[in-house]
Design a protein. Structure first.
Length: 274
């Protein structure tokens, strides 16, 4: 359905995951012609009279504004540079084949704002945009870059029945996965280099030797990442090797290790797609 004339747009927040189904059932029978466009963060119902746009209630206008800025600069970068097509299958998100090396006391070397920093280092975004994203909290920053990879599901309805359905892959998804791949490659090299490392998870690497933690931090700083070293106490691995528990600043943390990960294969791929 192609509706070219300018229409009124009504915006609202998503109150619950079930709301999409409720809204869809309402709108597809209210309007003879309806197009639904949905991603993991928002959905839109396009009708002949008005467009209804719903976004997650925990996503502020600042997040969408920052995302639009990031996307615009990524677009400019793509016009002059080539970034290879990548998917989640090309990324190393974690490793824990040396999990048995864990100790009751460990150290977490964690990259601060890994994806925004990597985007800056690779020239995808400007210093100004980087500083803008750094004013947001960690989860908001992750969503900004994650939205680059969100595909859109488009469904056309006629008289309440599906007339056409297709999926549009995010135009700049390769940029998001290139960030993931770069961070994963860096962490994997450090994991293999230092013997006290028992696992790494996205942008954090866990080791039992403080001097090695300092060396890892120094190497990351040398390639322009900001890092912090955090003390972990009362570390514990479940008997079936699927749950790693530790305390950070007296707060209990639980890391669920994917069951599909094979210890005989030391590199875990395809994490997001499974």
């Amino acid at each position: 359905m192609n509706i070219s004339k300018k229409k009124r747009v009504i915006r609202a927040k998503i109150s619950s995951p079930e709301q999409y189904i409720q809204d869809l059932n309402y709108f597809k029978y209210k309007y003879k012609l309806l197009t639904s466009k949905s991603t993991g963060y928002s959905y839109r119902f396009i009708t002949p009279e008005v467009d209804y746009v719903f976004s997650q209630s925990n996503l502020s206008s600042k997040v969408f504004a920052a995302f639009n800025k990031v996307k615009a600069e990524v677009k400019l970068h793509s016009e002059k540079n080539t970034v290879p097509e990548l998917t989640a299958k090309d990324v190393i998100y974690f490793r824990y084949d040396q999990i048995n090396k864990y100790k009751e006391t460990m150290y977490l070397v964690d990259i601060t704002a890994a994806y925004p920093t990597t985007a800056l280092l690779l020239g995808y975004i400007s210093k100004e945009t980087y500083e803008r994203t750094m004013k947001l909290d960690k989860l908001e920053r992750l969503r900004i870059f994650g939205m680059l990879a969100k595909s859109e599901i488009i469904v056309d309805y006629v008289n309440g029945e599906i007339d056409n359905l297709h999926k549009i892959r995010a135009e700049y998804s390769r940029y998001f996965f290139s960030l993931c791949k770069e961070v994963g490659t860096v962490m994997n090299k450090l994991y293999e280099k230092y013997s006290s490392c028992s696992l790494f998870w996205v942008d954090g690497i866990y080791c039992s030797d403080y001097s090695e933690a300092q060396k890892i931090a120094a190497e990351l700083c040398n390639i322009n990442y900001q890092v912090k070293i955090e003390l972990l106490n009362n570390c514990f691995l479940s008997k079936n090797r699927t749950i790693f528990v530790y305390y950070k600043r007296d707060n209990k943390k639980i890391l669920c290790l994917p069951k599909k990960y094979k210890i005989i294969n030391p590199v875990a791929y395809n994490f997001l797609n499974e």
